[in-house]
Design a protein around this ligand. Structure first.
Ligand code: SAH
Ligand code: SF4
Length: 355
């Protein structure tokens, strides 16, 4: 029966209010609980001393407080990256689903890399999540609870999350409604009040959703995983390119920039002798000319199901030089957390970490 109980992090303030009213309680109790959860970061109803002690057990029996169960907690050797593997409730799926979430600490910021699906159905060849297949969509609450989990840890150290990237497991635009509910609740000024401009959503390029996202005009940043500048190459790496080829993808990106006036980020994992060759750089220049954008390079992270290797520095420099000459802004991201498989594209179900 437990799974039928409403899950606290799935509830908007309005949802919580109707629930509280249905218990015969006063409306303001809902706001108190909402603040206790999103501002005070309490992790149980028992801690809520501003809620009458007779009401707390009722809340406990009627509302599920948490869905994420930490199964493992790994810290990188440089101590700056931490990865948690969570199990999720069974719901209707035959197997228990799992997700991984990563915290990256930098000198002046703390970034959480959040999963938006358990697994991924899109099968990009070089991505561990894609290699493992799809388990299930996760709910807005399961997305939010990943954020709250790390915020609680950081608060104990007198720190807080400064950036959120939806770049963990899964394709955010294949679970669009739940992801946007999570974004809207995380940015709610009455609750967690996280700055939308400090959130980045990364998509593999689901064209209709890029357009919808543009129309909805949130202040959230958009990143698009490009990785190749010709259809011929891109479809060997990202099967979704057959459905949404480059021309339609770049058209949607132009639409996004026109509508929002926001700069778009393109992601490019540099793979030795695959997409780091000068002809790809020239094609990329042609594709992006005149678009308000930025290219974020990262040397490929290793995954068990893909043979390609990361590019060496000389090839990276040469590739970037072609973009620099064409005036296309670009940066090279430093790889992080590779020793605990917490880098981009390395997140997956338990197998390697926990039994
Ligand atoms: N599904 C979304 C977001 C999750 S993946 C997307 O594809 O954009 C986050 C980023 O990691 C994407 O840019 C993805 O292309 C990249 N990535 C996947 N596998 C990688 C690998 N092995 N090395 C480096 N980056 C990788
Ligand atoms: Fe899915 Fe993104 Fe991995 Fe592709 S790169 S398989 S879209 S998570």
């Amino acid at each position: 029966m437990d799974k039928l109980k409403p899950y606290l992090f799935d509830l908007s303030l309005e949802d919580l209010t109707s629930l509280i009213l249905s218990f015969g309680e006063r409306k303001f109790r809902a706001s108190q609980i909402y603040e206790n959860v999103y501002r005070n970061l309490y992790s149980s109803f028992a801690e809520m001393s501003n809620i009458p002690s007779a009401l707390r057990p009722i809340l406990d029996s009627e509302i599920r407080f948490s869905s994420l169960k930490p199964l493992s907690d790994l810290v990188s050797s440089d101590r700056n990256t931490r990865k948690i593997l969570f199990s999720l409730p069974l719901l209707n799926s035959p197997k228990p689903a799992q997700i991984e979430t990563v915290l990256m600490k930098y000198s002046s910021r703390n970034t959480a890399c959040i999963s938006t699906q358990a697994g991924c159905a899109l099968g990009c060849t070089f991505c561990a999540t894609g290699q493992g297949g799809f388990q299930r969509n996760i709910s807005s609450g399961e997305i939010i609870e990943q954020v709250i989990f790390f915020e609680r840890i950081l608060r104990k150290e007198n720190e807080k999350l400064t950036n959120l990237v939806f770049m963990g497991m899964g394709e955010p635009f294949a679970n669009y409604d739940e992801v946007m509910k999570a974004v809207d609740r995380l940015t709610d000024p009455l609750g967690f009040n996280f700055g939308a401009r400090r959130i980045t959503i990364s998509t593999v390029g689901i064209v209709p959703m890029i357009k919808r996202f543009a129309d909805e005009k949130r202040q959230v940043n958009l990143a698009v995983s490009l990785h190749a500048a010709t259809d011929e190459l891109r479809e060997t790496m990202l099967p979704i390119n057959k459905r949404y080829p480059l021309e339609t993808l770049i058209d949607a990106c132009r639409y996004y920039v026109d509508k929002t006036r926001r700069r778009i980020t393109f992601e490019w994992a540099l793979i030795d002798n695959v997409n780091d060759i000068p002809s790809q750089a020239h094609e990329l220049v042609r594709l992006l000319k005149g678009l308000l954008c930025h290219v974020n390079f990262i040397p490929l992270n290793p995954t068990s199901g893909y043979d390609g290797r990361e590019s060496d520095q000389k090839r990276i420099d040469k590739f970037r030089e072609i973009l620099n000459k064409a005036g296309i802004p670009n940066t090279l991201r430093v790889r992080r957390g590779i020793d605990i498989n917490a880098g981009c594209g390395q997140l997956q179900q338990a197998v390697t970490v926990n039994h």
